[in-house]
Write a protein that binds this ligand. Structure first.
Ligand SMILES: [Zn+2]
Length: 98
């Protein structure tokens, strides 16, 4: 018996229905006095989401002016969509022929 498996082909694209999001979280440390012992704690103040990288940068600059903090984790997130292409492609499996 000879079988051919076929799979639909998909391509990936940025989902046009949703916008990408830029954000930053402060990863600076401040010395804290916890029960008489000095410990360092991450600030972890979050910018929330912005539509552009410039807005996230501006938030970091404003946060630095207020706190002196200069270390951040920046994030970029977008949404992807898989689109089926019209043509069918044979599966890439080695076939055994008798
Ligand atoms: Zn901070």
């Amino acid at each position: 018996m000879n079988r051919t498996f076929r799979f639909k082909n998909f391509t990936t694209r940025e989902d046009p229905e949703t916008l990408p999001e830029y954000s930053a979280i402060c990863h600076s440390t401040d010395p804290q006095d916890v029960e008489g012992e000095a410990e360092e704690a991450l600030c972890l103040d979050s910018s929330g989401g912005f539509a552009t990288a410039e807005e996230a940068d501006n938030w970091m600059r404003q946060h630095m002016r207020k706190t002196g903090h200069r270390h951040f984790r920046r994030s970029f997130e977008d949404y992807a969509e898989l689109l089926p292409t019209d043509e069918l492609e044979p599966a890439r499996v080695a076939r055994v022929t008798a």
